[in-house]
Design a protein around this ligand. Structure first.
Ligand code: FAD
Ligand code: DHB
Length: 389
């Protein structure tokens, strides 16, 4: 097989890159280890920044997102029994859309299939060769047969646990920046009406909680937990008791309960691995960096990485220039480090740290007070949240 760009991983990064390249007349093949059903059913992110919405819309894959996603103009920070609104649109002129990642995946897969794009599911044994030459290749097994793709470029969009980052040459010289948090998120999906028109990020001494939504009848909620805990330890009653306690409000507002139909625990880390390129191999999305989910940035970073890569590859094929490709890591990292900073700040601001001293706990509360009382600080949070720059 031969193509221009071999892409490993059909997450938001790999699928969107393949679609953007197609729009630019550049061929690609996407290799995915899971099945189409699995990638279209994995519940993950929910918040799309304005810039992500614009990219999906311009690429012609935003119709369902605009029709079915919910535009949110604000978020709420809850602490000390009170809810405080951060008016994103008034402070930044921008908004966010709550539209689940697996729906973005469905839209992108549909677009690739409609364009007869090459998208191979359930591949195994993916290997990358010759990235320091101008003819790299990718080997893999599909339906019991071994294959080799010869390409001009290879893009590793295979997430944190993929094979691309370990395949980067010069592992000893790589810079890996990492912070593992001493807590995780317990996430649930619930059949219930919407409890709040806007997302609630709650800080409480029992731990963080987040009230999000999916549709008018399905809600998404998270609460801070021990990352080594097991979902079986959490009966529905125990989950509701914890969520009620952490979101308690003295203005009469109350969380609406419903049937919990999905439970899961995720660990939390900050991680950046540089450089994001070596010869003809480029990393994009979670393959190169992870943020804790508190800032809702992960999928948005995956989208902005591949928007940069698509521009670089366009310049290469249309003008024969590698200039933008050469500065890919540098250009992408500017946004990545800002998002890492914001995600770390939000995590620090809203979670309970078991080892925090009473003084540190008061400092955390004072910081929250400052954010909701200072227009300057609220604007900064809002700009980062919507991805205003
Ligand atoms: P992935 O989505 O991980 O896709 C990688 C793909 O590569 C996968 O389909 C995988 O099966 C495939 N793959 C792996 N190894 C191989 C291999 N060897 N060969 C072939 N294929 C392979 N982000 C936000 O922006 N907003 C949010 O609100 C948000 N909330 C989140 C909530 C949760 C609970 C979680 C877990 C994450 C959240 N994120 C959020 C983060 C977001 O989901 C990720 O950042 C995003 O999925 C990254 O996309 P990606 O394409 O880089 O990687
Ligand atoms: C969702 C996830 C997040 O990480 C976040 O910050 C906001 C919303 C969600 O899944 O809806």
């Amino acid at each position: 097989m031969r193509t221009q760009v071999a892409i490993i991983g059909a997450g938001p990064a790999g699928l969107l890159l393949s679609h953007l390249l197609h729009l630019q007349g550049i061929e690609s093949i996407v290799l995915e280890s899971r099945s189409r059903e699995e990638i279209e059913a994995t519940i993950r992110a929910g918040v799309l920044e304005q810039g992500t919405m614009d990219i999906l819309t311009e690429a012609g894959v935003g119709d369902r997102m605009r029709a079915e996603g919910a535009l949110h103009h604000g978020i709420e920070l809850a602490f000390g029994g009170r809810r405080h609104r951060i008016d994103l649109t008034e402070l930044t002129g921008k908004a966010i859309t709550v539209y689940p990642q697996h729906e973005v995946i469905k839209d992108l897969v549909a677009a690739r299939v409609a364009a007869q794009g090459q998208l191979l599911f359930q591949v195994t044994d993916v290997g990358i060769q010759g990235v320091e030459t101008t003819q790299p290749s990718v080997t893999f097994t599909h339906k019991g047969e071994q294959h080799k793709i010869e390409a001009d470029f290879v893009v590793g969009a295979d997430g944190y646990h993929g094979v691309s980052r370990p395949a980067m040459p010069g592992q000893e010289q790589r810079n890996n920046y990492q912070k593992i948090y001493p807590f995780g998120w317990f996430g649930i999906l619930v059949e219930a009406p919407i409890s709040s028109e806007e997302l609630i990020y709650a800080q409480h001494e029992r731990g963080f909680a987040l009230i999000s939504t999916r549709t008018p009848t399905v809600q998404r909620m998270y609460f801070q937990c021990d990352p080594t805990d097991h979902v079986d330890n959490w009966s529905d009653d125990r989950i509701w008791a914890e969520l009620h306690a952490r979101t308690e409000s003295n203005d009469g507002w109350k969380l609406k309960e419903g049937k919990i139909f999905q439970k899961g625990i995720i660990g939390m880390r900050s991680f950046v691995s540089t450089p994001m390129q070596s010869g003809r191999l480029f990393l994009a999305g979670d393959a190169a960096h992870i943020v804790p989910p508190t800032g809702a940035k992960g999928m948005n970073l995956a989208v902005s990485d591949v928007a940069l890569l698509a521009r670089g590859l366009d310049q290469f094929y249309k003008k024969g220039s590698e200039q933008r490709l050469q500065t890919y890591t540098e250009d992408a990292l500017k946004r990545i480090w800002r998002a890492e900073y914001f995600s770390w700040t939000m995590t620090r601001l809203l979670h309970t740290f078991a080892d925090a001293t009473p003084f540190e706990r008061e400092m955390q509360r004072a910081e929250l007070d400052n954010v909701v009382n200072s227009r300057a600080l609220a604007t900064s949070l809002a700009e980062n949240y919507v991805g205003a720059f």
